[in-house]
Design a protein around this ligand. Structure first.
Ligand code: TYD
Length: 426
């Protein structure tokens, strides 16, 4: 069996925001000025008491009090001001698929480390998490690494972003990989004598899982009436997915592929009046290309493809709006889609009257946006018919709330399903 041991901060997660803000809080509470934003990275890695003394200039007693204040804020909010490096989820899934022993050896106390991994739905990938107990002084890295290793193993690798990780691995006598995307520099890692250097998470995947098939990603779509706030919500959702360590790729319909983008121009130009059937077939043609050239390859590479509209738009706009009929449009699209449906479709739920009000505030509507309100009322009704027929696939979010609240509800619903899908595939 191979054992792979990870450092946490700077290797699995980018944690400087929560740490830095909690340090500032503690410093100010003790009457010191908060460290400059540019100094932020220095606080990730070294023991906190050391940072309060050496970087802020406190005496021992003040540093102890600052630690209490730090924890007050860190446990409540700082813990979650955190990001998983994109690609780490896929790496952990691949290591588990190989049957590796996977563990964390961190200088951060165990409890917050577990909480962070649990928050991001990653706890299940670790056979062990080793760190100092609460109130214990941080042990030397080599002792932590030793404790993280299984009783028996054939081969072991330590992955970390600082010289301490590399030196610890050396002391234990195992292979080390320097994670260059973290808080250390390439120079620091090479000088410490890392056996391998990974500049990116993808390099790390190539190194630890060389030649192996990627784990599948997922296909997501976002739907709603024109004026439902789709663009903003796609941006917010992509940010949340990125923070959770998913590798996000954007696409859209009509379009998304070179041929699809040509078709998009025809479809949305106000100069191209056409038969409803022609319109439906053009949307389907763009989709046939998109599914085969973009969506399936992205999912096979492990990416989360976030698509602005998909087949539900055709059913709603051409089936409902243009009155071609829901079933007719589904039939027309069957071959184009060929069974490739989103894992989750986020539906931004807003009535057609409210959507119209928001649309009139925006300028230069395209050909479909310019349709009268009864068209959009039929679009809305068709969407609701689709949702009722497939409630499992749709995540319906009330889009009349303020954008941040919509974003939070959407991210929560979508991420829960993505994490469940990862678990189901394991
Ligand atoms: P949209 O994503 O709203 O474009 P943008 O926000 O960039 O203006 O999509 C363009 C229009 O195309 C929109 O009014 C919905 C319509 N549409 C259909 O009628 N059928 C379809 O199959 C798709 C994908 C879109």
């Amino acid at each position: 069996m191979r054992a792979v041991i990870f450092d946490l901060d700077g290797t699995l997660t980018q944690s400087d925001e929560g740490i830095y803000k909690s340090i500032c809080y503690a410093a100010e509470k003790l009457g010191f000025s908060a460290p400059e934003e540019t100094e932020r990275r220095k606080f990730v890695g070294p023991p906190l008491l050391w940072s309060f003394r050496e970087l802020i200039g406190m005496d021992e007693e003040q540093a102890q009090q600052a630690l209490v204040a730090y924890r007050e804020r860190y446990w409540a909010v700082g813990l979650f001001e955190n990001r998983v490096y994109p690609g780490i989820r896929n790496l952990l899934r691949m290591l588990k698929r190989r049957g590796d022993w996977v563990a964390i050896a961190t200088g951060k106390p165990i409890e917050p480390s577990r909480r962070i991994m649990e928050h991001f739905g990653l706890l299940r990938y670790f056979d062990r998490i080793v760190g100092p107990g609460f109130g214990e002084a941080s042990a030397e890295k080599d002792a932590l690494i030793r404790a993280a290793l299984p009783e028996q193993y054939d081969e072991a690798v330590m992955v970390g972003d600082r010289c301490f990780d590399i030196e610890g691995a050396k002391a234990v006598g195992i292979t080390s990989v320097g994670a260059g995307y973290g808080y250390g520099t390439e120079e620091e890692l090479r000088e410490a004598g890392c056996n391998h250097y990974a500049a990116t998470v993808s390099d790390l995947i190539s190194l630890l899982c060389s030649g192996e098939k990627p784990v599948p990603g997922a296909f997501l779509s976002v739907e709603g009436l024109d004026g439902s706030g789709k663009s903003t919500q796609i941006r917010l959702l992509a940010e949340a997915l990125d923070r959770w360590g998913f590798v996000v790729r954007h696409s859209r319909e009509p379009g998304g592929s070179p041929v699809g983008e040509h078709i998009r121009e025809i479809l949305l130009s106000r100069a191209s009046e056409m038969e409803p059937l022609t319109e439906a077939l053009l949307f389907a043609a763009s989709r046939a290309e998109h599914v085969r050239q973009v969506i399936r390859p992205a999912v096979a590479r492990g990416e989360v493809l976030l698509c602005d509209r998909f087949v539900d738009s055709s059913v709603a706009y051409q089936g409902g709006g243009r009155e071609l009929g829901v079933q007719h449009v589904l039939n027309l699209n069957a071959e184009a889609v060929d069974g490739t449906l989103p894992l989750v479709t986020l539906y931004l739920d807003i009535g057609h009257e409210a959507a119209l009000q928001r649309r009139t505030a925006a300028s230069d509507p395209d050909r479909l946006e310019s349709e009268p309100d009864d068209f959009h009322a039929r679009v809305e009704a068709a969407y609701h018919q689709l949702i009722a027929a497939d409630p499992e696939r749709f995540a319906v979010v009330d889009a009349t709330q303020p954008p941040e609240a919509v974003g939070e509800a959407a991210a929560k619903a979508v991420i829960a399903r993505l994490v469940a899908a990862e678990e189901a595939q394991a």
